[in-house]
Design a protein around this ligand. Structure first.
Ligand code: NDP
Ligand code: GDR
Length: 392
């Protein structure tokens, strides 16, 4: 990292108040990492983040937190590292000696994991092992608490619904298989060495900061562009897929809470409400003043505008009968997870889990944010969102 205010962890340790808790976040540049960093800084933590080398700027989601004179009060430090580079993780862990590690870094796109399965395993399966080994070999076993970003994708093909902590796993992608290893190695280091290590089995969570290749953000970005006359049609894969979608800000609060308990255990975090991809499209379109009508079925399904709300952005640029969404068979996955629905009763009872955002609020927040982006800075919209052939 060249142009961000980075101190070495050793420098920072001498500058900081002794009482502040120290957290290390991997994946701090991602959706969850950015919200978690905000939460921990608000709580007075000193936050260290691992940032990997890329050819471009990848700190866009946390730029507002960087800089010694901002609200973070100079308590945020970034370190170059990579989950596939054990030496970098050991070096950073030794320097920071964190009270809490949040392992959020991952190749997190399920469809991409079919294209890069080996890399996905290196990052998502062996990455957590490297972090746990660093904790153990540095003698931090009884000092450092560890959070692993586990996933509802672990349930994959299960026929049990809703899914809870006791539901058997049946992974259905290289991503899910790698996360399965990470889940069990986290349990193993808890049982074998007494490390406070736990898995948050989180169901899908979204936000205006969601990556543009995930279906919710792909939909809100594309429909916002369509409403502004910048794009004609949105291509999608499996419209029938059912997901339990929450807001990322609610979910990172649970990640923190899981590390504040008397003993470590694994928790499902989910809203307990399920919607289809098709319903998400309709909801987002409705926020933009478009009412849709579906025709065809399966691989030929498409949605046309059947009503336009007067005065909406869409009314100025779209026309009745316009096809705004259609299925592209190329966007189906080799093996699909058709339906996920979480039962977060344990987290509700033991951690006081009450999500603050409803599905409708989530859709509205994402649509409004992307409409503002399309109207003010259309060139800033990621290419993945506008390229019609992008991967599902
Ligand atoms: P994102 O894809 O938004 O963020 C992933 C983060 O990991 C980014 O900061 C990325 O860096 C970083 N990263 C990727 N590869 C490496 C690597 N080799 N070394 C170091 N860092 C790397 O994911 P989310 O924030 O949505 O998810 C956070 C975690 O939670 C992930 O592990 C994901 O699998 C898991 N999860 C997510 C759910 C969701 O619905 N969001 C649900 C359940 C689990 P860069 O910015 O450079 O790309
Ligand atoms: P998912 O999220 O695979 O559940 O993983 P994604 O948004 O990619 O897909 C959700 C469902 O929508 C279907 N779908 C499409 N998906 C994408 N990305 N693009 C499309 O065009 C499209 N059309 C239909 C998919 O087939 C799927 O059924 C997310 C990630 O955040 C993981 O890291 C995390 O572990 C899980 O959620 C829980």
């Amino acid at each position: 990292m060249n142009d961000t205010p980075i101190l070495s962890a050793l420098d920072s340790a001498t500058l900081l108040p002794q009482a502040a808790k120290v957290a290390l976040i991997t994946g701090i540049t991602g959706q969850d990492g950015s919200y978690l960093a905000e939460l921990l800084l608000d709580k007075g933590y000193v936050v260290h983040g691992i940032v990997r080398r890329t050819s471009g700027h990848n700190t866009g989601r946390i730029d507002h937190l960087l800089g010694a004179s901002d609200a973070a009060g100079g308590r945020l430090y970034l370190h170059d590292g990579d989950l596939i580079d054990g030496a970098s993780l050991l070096r950073i862990m030794a320097a920071v000696r964190p009270d809490e590690v949040y392992n959020l870094a991952a190749q997190s796109h399920v469809a991409s994991s079919f294209q890069v399965p080996e890399y996905t395993a290196q990052t998502d399966a062996l990455g957590p092992l490297r972090l746990l080994e660093a904790i153990r070999t540095l003698g931090l076993t009884h000092h450092t608490r560890f959070y692993q970003a586990s996933s509802s994708e672990l349930y994959g093909q299960t026929l049990v619904s809703p899914q809870s902590e006791s539901t058997v796993f049946a992974p259905r992608s290289p991503y899910a298989a790698a996360k399965l290893y990470a889940y069990w190695i986290t349990v193993n280091y808890r049982e074998a060495y007494g490390i406070y290590a736990c898995n948050g089995i989180l169901f899908n969570h979204e936000s205006p900061r969601r990556g543009s290749e995930f279906v919710t953000r792909k939909i809100t970005l594309a429909l916002a562009r369509i409403a502004c006359g910048q794009q004609q049609t949105l291509l999608l894969g499996n419209l029938a897929a059912l997901r339990d979608w929450g807001h990322a800000r609610d979910y990172v609060a649970m990640q923190w809470l899981m590390l504040q308990q008397r003993s470590a255990r694994d928790y499902v975090i989910a809203t307990g409400v399920q919607y289809s991809v098709r319903h998400f499209v309709e909801s987002a379109a409705s926020e933009l003043g478009m009412t849709l009508e579906w025709s065809g079925s399966g691989l030929h399904e498409r949605a046309r505008i059947c009503a336009l709300q007067a005065g909406s952005a869409a009314a100025a640029h779209c026309h009745l009968g316009q096809v705004v969404a259609q299925v592209d068979p190329a966007l189906f996955r080799p093996t699909e997870v058709g339906a996920l629905l979480g039962d977060a009763s344990l987290a509700r009872q033991q951690l006081g889990w009450v999500p603050q955002h409803s599905f409708a609020q989530l859709v509205r927040a994402m649509v409004r944010s992307d409409l503002a982006l399309a109207m003010s800075a259309p060139a800033a919209i990621p290419a993945a969102a506008t390229h019609q052939e992008n991967l599902a």
